[in-house]
Design a protein around this ligand. Structure first.
Ligand SMILES: [Zn+2]
Length: 131
């Protein structure tokens, strides 16, 4: 299996005490899955960088664990020159989008999926957060 093909599935706070890749003691668990395997691996913030091409563990952490600022119709967070937004749609679903901060002409890139919960929308953005 290509080691870089893992993607972030979700994060857990302290469910596992050790990284399953390197054995280091960890607090935050990054649960990764691989397209060619039904198995999951639970790693720390260092091994996230080893096993995924795209997940920035610090940004993933901030997007999934931190508080978001609220505007009237959406929530947003700015991290490393990117603005992330999530917001409710009709029928209790959520959208998610990103934009480069301060570059209006770039516009918003909306995630193609519709999410059932705000946490699902945050996680989708976290999966794409690049180092
Ligand atoms: Zn590790």
């Amino acid at each position: 299996m290509n080691t870089k093909n893992w993607t972030l599935d979700r994060m857990l706070d302290g469910a596992y005490a050790h990284c399953q890749y390197c054995g280091a003691a960890i607090r935050w668990n990054y649960v990764l899955r691989h397209p060619q395997s039904p198995a999951y691996i639970i790693v720390g913030s260092e091994c996230v960088k080893t096993l995924t091409d795209q997940c920035d563990p610090a940004v993933a952490f901030a997007l999934t664990q931190g508080a978001w600022k609220q505007r009237r119709h959406y929530f947003y967070k700015r991290l490393r020159k990117t603005t992330y937004i999530i917001g409710p749609r009709s029928e209790n679903t959520w959208f998610a989008a990103t934009s480069l901060s301060g570059v209006r002409s770039f516009g918003w890139t909306f995630e193609p999926e519709i999410f059932q919960t705000a946490d699902d929308a945050k996680l989708a953005l976290a999966r794409r957060a690049r180092v």
